[in-house]
Ligand binder design. Sequence first.
Ligand SMILES: *[C@@H]1O[C@H](CO)[C@@H](O)[C@H](O)[C@H]1NC(C)=O
Length: 331
Amino acid sequence: MKLAFLLLSALLAVNAGLVEKRGAAKSGKLFVCYYGSWAVYRPGDGKFDVEHIDPNLCTHLVFGFAGLGDDNRIKVLDPWNELVDEWGSGKAAFRRFNALKNINPSLKTILAVGGWNEGSVKYSQMAADPAKRATFVASCVQLLKEHGFDGLDMDWEYPANRGGTPEDKANFVQLLRDLKAAFAPQGLLLTAAVSAGKGTIDTAYDVPGMAQALDIISVMVYDMHGAWETFTHHNAPLYAHPNDQSGETKYFNANFSMNYWISLGAPRSKLVMGMPIYGRGFTLSNPAQNGFYADAPQAGIQGPYTREPGILGFNEVTSFAYKQHDLPLVL
Ligand SMILES: *[C@@H]1O[C@H](CO)[C@@H](O)[C@H](O)[C@H]1NC(C)=O
C-alpha cells in the first residue's frame, strides 16, 4: 500500500482461480481483500465499481480509503462517490458495498482509514492526545454503524515514520485500545494494515500490544522493489534472492517479514500475508541485460487503465501478454 495501490480490482475482475478462492473462503482461513474505490474512475474496461466485486470470493472486504479530518474525525474522502446527499445525489458506494452482504451473508465489510497518501503526521498528532483520540473513536463508531460496516482497518503509514514521532509507537497501541474498547460492545472488528519493512517495524510497532487489540493484522509484503530503484527486482519476493546482500535488501521478502512478525509476538491466527495483484515494471537500459538486478534507470510504461508509470494491474498484464501472442483475451 506504499502507493495506496492495493489493486484488488484486478483480482476480482479475473475469473481464473475463482474456485480455489471460494475454497479458501470456506476453509476457515482469513481471506481479506482490498477494494480501491478510485478504480471506478478508470477508463473503458478498466472501470471497476462496487458491483464488479464477487461477494463470494473473500471472507473480508476492505473499502479503501477514508481519511482523517482537521477536526480529528474520520473523513469521507470522496463524498460524491461514497455517499448520497439529502437531495438524493451521489453514488452511495458505501451503501452498495455493504449491500454485497445481501448476496453473501457471511461476508464482513471493513472501512480502511489512512493509506500512503494520507501520510503520518495527522495521525501522530491525533494519537498523542486523549481528547483527540476520543473524538476519532466516536466518529468511527458513528460512521461504521451509519453505513453498515462491520469494522475498521487502521492503515496509518506509519507510526514514528514519515514525520511522526518516537512516541507514536506507544500512542498507536493506546489508539488501538481505545478503538477496541468502543468497538467490542458494538461487535465491530478492528484490523490493521502494517509495514513489512524491518526498519519500519522496529520503530513503529509494539507488536504484542497491537496483537491484543487487533482481530486481524495484514502485513503489506509487497512494494518491496519498484521503479524508485534503478535496477530490476520483484515487487513481492517470496524468498530472498541470492544477490540480496547489501543493506536491508535481505529483509525485503515475504518469508522474512512474516517470520519477523511472528517472532515479535504476532499470533499466526491473526496474521494475513498480503499479495499484490499488480506488477511493477521497469525500462531496461539494455534489453539484453535483463533478469534480477539488471540496470533499469526508468519506470516501465504505464497501463491504459491504471495510468501510472512503473505499475501494471493484473488486468493490464494479462491483456498485454495476450496481445503479444495475438490470443483472444478472456477475463
Ligand atoms: C525463511 O525465513 C526463515 C526465518 O527468517 C529462515 O530461517 C529461512 O531460512 C527462510 N527460508 C528461505 C528459503 O529463505
